[in-house]
Design a protein around this ligand. Structure first.
Ligand code: GRF
Length: 208
């Protein structure tokens, strides 16, 4: 089998997307080499520990600045051998200091069809707007808020949705499919900018 891409996963919460990665790509196309949390008691940490993956916590309050936190975080991930970074419910922004350490190799999953509803409470924003189509985006991370180039997107029609919990329940399966799929694409270097529009990520079809 081809070499496994060592990835780090950053979390802040329950970690269902981390679990999807552990259950699907871990040990196959990729290896989850490290899990870091911004929150000390995030349930995601227990999922990593159960899978035997090294964990660490980097609370923002422990560092004099965000740049100092980002540098310590990048140092630890690099020491654990990570070559790409997946944000899976990570509730912090990452600055250039961090992104420059993993160029073109930091991705995020967001519960809306970007560029609609970036930032916090995306599902609540979409419900307040009154949309009938919801969705999930996996994108490269840049220094903005959910503004990097789109890798994968999938939509679901929910014309009668009113409750954030119901929308989240409909989006979960999409997240848990799209995020591992994006990691597989990253692992086989199958994502490249379209020469005519570098914002557009072209996906090279897989063998077989
Ligand atoms: C997901 O809805 C993701 O799209 C958003 O945060 C949530 C994380 O959920 N960025 P989990 O911790 O992976 O269960």
């Amino acid at each position: 089998m081809a070499e496994q891409l060592p990835i780090a996963v950053l979390v802040s919460g329950t970690g269902t997307n981390l679990q999807a990665l552990l259950d699907s790509v871990h040990g196959h196309e990729a290896r989850v080499a490290a899990v870091a949390s911004s929150v000390p008691d995030a349930p995601a940490l227990a999922r990593a520990q159960t899978a035997g993956v090294p964990t660490a916590v980097f609370p923002r309050a422990d560092y004099p600045s965000r740049a100092a936190r980002d540098e310590a975080l990048a140092d630890w991930l690099a020491a654990e051998g990570a070559r790409a970074v997946v944000l899976a419910g990570y509730m912090e922004l990452l600055g250039e200091v961090f992104l420059d350490r993993f160029p073109g190799a930091v991705i995020n999953v967001h519960p809306s069809l970007l560029p609609a509803f970036p930032g916090l409470a995306a599902i609540e924003q979409a419900l307040a707007y009154g949309v009938k189509v919801f969705g999930v985006t996996v994108h490269f991370v840049d220094a903005g808020v959910d503004s990097g180039p789109v890798i994968l997107q999938r939509a679901v029609e929910l014309p009668d949705a009113r409750e954030p919990g119901a929308v989240l329940a409909a989006l979960r399966p999409l997240e848990h499919e799209l995020l591992p799929e994006a990691v597989r694409l990253l692992a086989r270097a199958a994502i490249a900018p379209d020469p005519e529009n570098p914002r557009r990520m072209a996906i090279r079809a897989g063998e077989g």
